[in-house]
Design a protein around this ligand. Structure first.
Ligand code: HEC
Ligand code: HEC
Length: 241
């Protein structure tokens, strides 16, 4: 990870912690009742990095949350809380939050429909982008890699209840996640199909799929496919079939 990726988010987090600390001091001063427990207050701490509606930000590493299936988002919040995913600001923020609270936040972001950003122009040669497209749409039978759309859907909007959409994500974020699965710093519920798939891809394959995916426009109706509408080619613990 580059230092920019680490320090920018940490700075954002410090500002947030500072802001909420001064808020609670002020509340105590005026003997007010505690801040109202609204959804707005619950997700305020997330906006700096994910946007108020979970639309993401310009930062190459902060993912979009909006519109992803609620169970997917919930699983990730649990993964951060229980150490199956590692990113210190996220691990820290959810340490003391209950399942019920995490469910509410997940449902909120899942129901948001902010517009998608304009996809980025490719920064790699056309041949790399074409290789990425080939893997996403058709897989690579020589490496036993299934097509990504077999589970993430033709429109790349995911499938209920727990497969995320891949549109609207930045190139750097996608390649970092595939790298994390390969190296074992990101885990999903077993059997972890994404670990299986990521370990069949080499660095060049990962750069290629990330490059092509990050240039894709969201479809007109960017909702996840209904549960069970796609037969996944591998078993995934987080998506019971
Ligand atoms: C300091 C910046 C920062 C803040 C604040 C923050 N996040 Fe995150 N969040 C990230 C980054 C970066 C990732 C990706 C980390 C990784 O896996 O490498 C992430 C990942 C996630 C994911 C997984 C997304 C996916 O598609 O897999 C969820 C869900 C999430 N955050 C929810 C929240 C919620 C809810 C809050 C507020 C309580 C929050 N985040 C606050 C930076 C932040
Ligand atoms: C067998 C079904 C299946 C196939 C095929 C598949 N995926 Fe996935 N993918 C999943 C599931 C399930 C998750 C959610 C895992 C979790 O809960 O963390 C996921 C999550 C992801 C994520 C994380 C998104 C985020 O917001 O953090 C990325 C990136 C991803 N897949 C990329 C790919 C790529 C690229 C391919 C093709 C090479 C692919 N997937 C093929 C099932 C699949």
């Amino acid at each position: 990870m580059s230092s920019r990726r680490i320090f920018r988010p940490l700075l954002a987090l410090l500002l947030l912690v500072g802001a909420s600390a001064s808020l609670s001091v002020r509340a105590a001063d005026t003997q007010n009742s505690p801040a109202p427990d609204t959804m707005q207050s619950k997700v305020a701490a997330c906006a700096a990095c994910h946007g108020a509606q979970g639309q993401g930000t310009d930062n190459d590493y902060f993912p979009r949350l909006a519109g992803k299936p609620a169970d997917y988002l919930f699983n990730q919040l649990q993964n951060f809380r229980e150490g199956r995913r590692k990113y210190p600001p996220m691990n820290y923020l959810v340490t003391y939050l209950s399942d019920d609270y995490l469910h509410q936040i997940a449902t909120y972001f899942s129901n948001q429909r902010p517009p998608y950003p304009t996809p980025s122009a490719p920064t790699v040669p056309d041949s790399v982008v074409a290789r990425g497209q080939q893997i996403v749409l058709n897989g690579d039978p020589s490496k036993n890699v299934p097509a990504c759309i077999a589970c993430h859907g033709k429109g790349l909007t995911g499938m209920q209840p727990a497969i995320p959409g891949l549109v609207g994500l930045h190139n750097d974020y996608i390649s970092a996640q595939l790298g994390a699965w390969r190296s074992g710093t990101r885990h999903a519920l077993a059997p972890d199909c994404m670990h299986e798939i990521a370990t069949r891809l080499n660095d060049a394959d990962i750069s290629a799929v990330a490059a092509w995916l990050s240039t894709q426009k969201a479809p007109q109706n960017p909702v996840p496919a209904p549960a069970g509408s796609l037969k996944t080619p591998l078993a995934c613990g987080s998506e019971p079939q």
